[in-house]
Design a protein around this ligand. Structure first.
Ligand code: FES
Length: 223
């Protein structure tokens, strides 16, 4: 693989580990003090330490200029809002500093093989859902449109929030057991598998796996 990974951090642990990944996959590595800096459009990979607006702009600019660039962003300390904003800006993966190299290597390997890895969207710490049952939230912006989240039977379930009949928001409907009723015309869907229970909708709704990692909940979207 020919190309460059640009590293936007001075964290020596991350620099060392990303350098090892670059060598392993045959890429050059540049840092923010390399001159001249590679153009965003020329990048194969970008690793960014998140730390405010500037880091988000770097992600968004690179994503615009190089849609295929592998972008890994990492948080030096926990910050839920920044995590979500980095994903929204276009990062393929947001992770912690100790996992940057693995995330980068996996994502580059997928790219090399042409495989499309499912995309994960962080929801919230699992503890935030612990004491709540039933409908627990909606994520308005995802690559597949809005999704709604339910906490039932000790697990989190994510379904497409748009009713397939005429687009009403299912999260505004009543939940009885594991069945939600569309607030507009009364279609019913099972939130654990998306199955249609009653029309007028003639199909069910999509469901998305919810994973838990290091105490954080993520929903997985198709690649
Ligand atoms: S919009 Fe949901 S049943 Fe019509």
């Amino acid at each position: 693989m020919a190309g460059v990974i640009l590293l936007r951090t001075t964290d020596s642990l991350v620099v060392r580990r990303v350098a090892a990944v670059a060598v392993a996959v045959g890429l050059d590595m540049a840092t923010a003090i390399t001159t001249p800096l590679p153009e965003p459009a020329a990048l194969t990979g970008l690793v960014v330490e998140l730390g405010g607006e500037a880091s988000l702009e770097v992600i968004a600019d690179t994503r615009r200029a190089a849609p295929d660039c592998t972008i890994v962003a990492f948080l030096p300390r926990p910050d839920s809002e920044l995590w979500l904003r980095a994903e929204a800006a276009g990062a393929d993966v947001v992770t912690t500093r100790g996992r940057v190299d693995r995330a980068l290597a996996d994502t580059l390997a997928d790219r090399l093989s042409g495989r499309r890895r499912a995309r994960r969207i962080r929801l919230a710490p699992l503890a935030e859902f612990a004491g709540r049952l039933g409908y627990v939230g909606r994520v308005a912006e995802t690559p597949v449109g809005p999704i709604s989240l339910y906490h039932l039977d000790g697990a989190l379930w994510a379904i497409a929030d748009r009713c397939p009949h005429a687009g009403a928001s299912l999260c505004e409907g009543e939940l009885h057991g594991d069945v939600v009723t569309c607030p507009r015309h009364g279609s019913q869907f099972r939130v654990t598998d998306g199955a249609r229970v009653r029309g007028p909708a003639d199909v069910g709704v999509s469901t998305y796996p919810v994973l838990v990692e290091v105490g954080e909940a993520f929903v997985e979207m198709p690649g």
